[in-house]
Ligand binder design. Structure first.
Ligand SMILES: [Zn+2]
Length: 416
C-alpha cells in the first residue's frame, strides 16, 4: 500500500541562506497576490478566469521585462504558489456549492497574502536529496538540519519540499511516497492481528493520556515551565504600547514560546499515537465537545484542547496504517462518572477530584484510569449504559470485572 507522508523539521540556516529563503518566500507571495489580482480582474471583466498554467505563462513573459529579479529564485517558487492559488479557488467554489446545498459552513473568498503574518513559505519540486544532516534543494543547495536522521532518506520518493518561516525559525516539510507493508507482511510482524487488545484512552490536562492498560503518558516537564513563561510574556505584550517596536519584539518572543510548547507536545503525542496504533486492535476516545472548548480561556486547558485535536488527527491516520480501529464514545456516555468495576453512575463528580471512589462497590481508583477503562468497554456497552449520564444512581451491572478488581490492569482484551 502506497501512502503519502509528510515530515517536518527545523533548518539550521546561515545568513546567506536565510536571505535566499526570504527571497523565495517573497517571490511566492508576489506570484500568489499577482495571480489573485489577475483572477479578480478577469472575473470583473466577465472573462474566463485564467488557470494556473495560463498565469504561469503570463508570469514567464513578465520575467523577461520588469520581473527580472525573479530569475534569482527557483522557478518552482512562483509556479507552485500559482498552483496553491488554483487550489484555493477550487476549495472556494466547492464550498460555495456545499453551502448552496444547505451545509452550514462559512465560505471565504481567497485572500491576499500579507507580509505582516510572517515571511511565509514556498514549495519546491524537482531534485531533492535528503542526507543524514542536510537536505539539498534546487537553487538553495545544501541546507543543514537541526535534527539529524529524522527525514527519510535512501530510496523513498520525495515529491516536494515546503520551506516556511515561523517566529524567526525556518522549517522544511518534505512529502514522500512510502510503501507500507501489506496485511500479510503486517501479520508477520505481529501488526494487524485480531488478538491485539482494545484500549480506552482518556486525554487530560494533568496526564497527557491515560490508557486503560494502566499506561500513563505524562506531559513533558518542559511544558509546565513554558506555560509560566507564556503567561509572563503575555502580560509583557499587553503592557507595551500598540504599534511600538518593543511590542513587536514581545509578540515575537511570545510566538516563539507558543511554538516551543506545541513542538514538545506534538513530539510526545507522536510517540503515544504510534505506540497505540501498533499495539492495539482498536482505540476508544472520548468525543470532543467542540462548543464547550471554544469558550475556554484557561491557558493550560486551551493547550490541552489543541493536543486533543492533534491526538485525534494522528490516531486516525496512524490507525489506518497499522490496522487499528479508532472509535469515539459519544459525549453522553458517562465515562468519568461511571464506576469501571460495578457500573454505578455517580450523579455528580467534581472536576477537581483526582480519585474516583465508588459508594457501591468501594472501588478506589485514579480518575483518569477509571475513565479510560470505561471508554475501553464502550464498544460493548448497551445503549442504556451509553446514555446514562447524570441520570442518578443506576443498579450495578453484572460484575464482569469483579475478578480483575483493583489489581493492575492487564493488557488482555476482555471484550474481544
Ligand atoms: Zn463500583
Amino acid at each position: 500500500m502506497n501512502v503519502l507522508r509528510a515530515f517536518k523539521t527545523e533548518l539550521d540556516l546561515n545568513n546567506r541562506q536565510k536571505t535566499a529563503c526570504t527571497q523565495h518566500a517573497g517571490a511566492a507571495r508576489w506570484a500568489y497576490n499577482w495571480g489573485l489580482a489577475r483572477m479578480i480582474e478577469a472575473y470583473n471583466a466577465g472573462e474566463k478566469t485564467p488557470s494556473a498554467i495560463d498565469l504561469n505563462r503570463e508570469l514567464n513573459a513578465l520575467k523577461k521585462g520588469e520581473l527580472a529579479w525573479m530569475y534569482e529564485v527557483s522557478k518552482c517558487a512562483p509556479q507552485e504558489a500559482l498552483r496553491n492559488l488554483d487550489q484555493a479557488f477550487d476549495n472556494f467554489f466547492r464550498r460555495v456549492k456545499e453551502k448552496k446545498a444547505g451545509k452550514k459552513i462559512q465560505v471565504g473568498f481567497p485572500r491576499f497574502k500579507s507580509k505582516k503574518k510572517g515571511l511565509g513559505s514556498f514549495r519546491l519540486t524537482g531534485s531533492i536529496h535528503v542526507f543524514e544532516k542536510a537536505i539539498q534543494l534546487p537553487r538553495l543547495g545544501r541546507l543543514r538540519l537541526k535534527e539529524s536522521g529524522y527525514l527519510p532518506g535512501g530510496d523513498v520518493h520525495t515529491l516536494n519540499a515546503t520551506v516556511s518561516e515561523h517566529a524567526g525559525r525556518w522549517f522544511v516539510s518534505v512529502q514522500v511516497e512510502m510503501d507500507l507493508p501489506d496485511q500479510t507482511h503486517r501479520a508477520a510482524f505481529g501488526v494487524g492481528q485480531t488478538a491485539k487488545p482494545v484500549a480506552g484512552v482518556d486525554l487530560g490536562i494533568l496526564a497527557l493520556a491515560t490508557v486503560s492498560d494502566g499506561t500513563r503518558i505524562e506531559n513533558p516537564r518542559a511544558i509546565k515551565h513554558s506555560l509560566g513563561k507564556i503567561k509572563r510574556l503575555q502580560r509583557s505584550v499587553s503592557r507595551r504600547q500598540a504599534g511600538s517596536a518593543n511590542r513587536r519584539k514581545a509578540v515575537q518572543q511570545l510566538a516563539r514560546a507558543h511554538i516551543r510548547v506545541a513542538n514538545i507536545r506534538r513530539d510526545t503525542l507522536h510517540q503515544a499515537t504510534s505506540l497505540l496504533a501498533r499495539t492495539k486492535s482498536a482505540v476508544v476516545l472520548e468525543d470532543l465537545n467542540v462548543s464547550g472548548m471554544m469558550k475556554n480561556h484557561h491557558l493550560a486547558q486551551a493547550i490541552a484542547d489543541v493536543g486533543m485535536y492533534e491526538f485525534r488527527r494522528q490516531m486516525s491516520y496512524k490507525g489506518e496504517w497499522y490496522g487499528c480501529e479508532v472509535l469515539f464514545a459519544d459525549r453522553f456516555y458517562p465515562s468519568t462518572k461511571r464506576c469501571s468495576r460495578c457500573g454505578n453512575v455517580k450523579p455528580e463528580f467534581d472536576l477537581s477530584e483526582r480519585v474516583y471512589k465508588c459508594e457501591v462497590c468501594h472501588l478506589i481508583i485514579d480518575r483518569d484510569l477509571n475513565a479510560a477503562l470505561n471508554l475501553e468497554r464502550w464498544p460493548t456497552a448497551s445503549s442504556a449504559e451509553r446514555h446514562a449520564c447524570g441520570e442518578g444512581v443506576r443498579p450495578g451491572r453484572p460484575a464482569v470485572l469483579d475478578e480483575a478488581g483493583t489489581e493492575p490492569r492487564s493488557t488482555m482484551c476482555r471484550f474481544a
